[in-house]
Write a protein that binds this ligand. Structure first.
Ligand code: ADP
Ligand code: MG
Length: 240
């Protein structure tokens, strides 16, 4: 589904992604862990061209991401993204937030769009909140709406960048539960997270990044129970 070959990204003279290569299968759930500043967000952002790729090759499905004739809108339709901060449109209701992109980008018929939006809202447990504005929701609820909004475009892959990091602790569980449900539905997911319990339980594969490299990757049990690389061991010993 996603092939990344020798991806490099520099900001000025700062080489942030040094040589990233990996392949992500359809329906695979991959968690990316690593210290702050290791390039995790930049990696995700290169996958949907929120950052320009300096060199290397990224393909998602049959779309080559960094080719001059890539249709960025089409690419982003295929790649849903959920951020640490929910970024809902404050002046739109929950339902309107979810219906916005399908309406403008897909020109989806209003009735079908609303039906779909309600289905997604039910999926994240918020059907009753359809007509309220984001500021009337808790952080956890807002993040669940943001997930529903990303799903509304039927993306082929969902990227999550620390989706629970900005939440009060009591709201983390409800968001992780929604993500677990998506994983069970077979949605291809790449999740940058500090939630090691989630990674262990839900990920098919865990990638450990440090200093702009993938230092080590493997199944959760390989990575957490018998990390091979010294840097992985040092990182895990600090957080587990
Ligand atoms: P992580 O998500 O693992 O914490 P990031 O990908 O956010 O790491 O950042 C990796 C490095 O890239 C950091 O040193 C950061 O300062 C730098 N960086 C990220 N975004 C930019 C940017 N837009 N301009 C310049 N430097 C950036
Ligand atoms: Mg980050």
């Amino acid at each position: 589904m996603i092939v990344v070959q020798n991806l490099k990204k520099t900001f000025g003279t700062n080489e942030v992604l040094k040589d990233i290569s990996t392949t992500i299968q359809e329906k695979e759930v991959v968690c990316v862990i690593g210290p702050s500043g290791s390039g995790k967000s930049t990696f995700l952002r290169c996958l949907n061209l929120l950052e320009e790729i300096t060199s290397g090759k990224v393909t998602i499905g049959d779309v080559m991401v960094n080719s001059p004739d890539t249709n960025i809108d089409q690419l982003r339709e295929n790649v849903g993204m959920v951020f640490q901060l929910f970024n809902l449109f404050p002046h739109l209701t929950v339902l309107e937030n979810i219906m916005l992109a399908p309406k403008h980008i897909k020109k989806m018929d209003k009735q079908a769009n609303e039906q779909k939006a309600m289905k997604l809202l039910s999926k994240v447990g918020l059907a009753a909140k359809r007509d309220v504005y984001p500021d009337q929701l808790s952080g956890g609820q807002q993040q669940r709406v943001a997930i529903a909004r990303a799903l509304a475009m039927n993306p082929r892959v969902m990227l999550f960048d620390e989706p629970t990091s900005a939440l009060d602790p009591e709201m983390v569980g409800e968001v992780l539960q929604v993500m677990k449900d998506l994983a069970h539905d077979g949605i291809t997911m790449i999740v940058v997270t500090h939630e090691m319990g989630f990674a262990r339980e839900v990920a098919d594969r865990v990638i450990f990044m440090d200093g702009g490299y993938i230092v080590e990757e493997g199944t959760p049990s390989e990575l957490f129970d018998s990390p091979k690389h010294e840097r992985t061991q040092a990182f895990l010993s600090k957080i587990l």
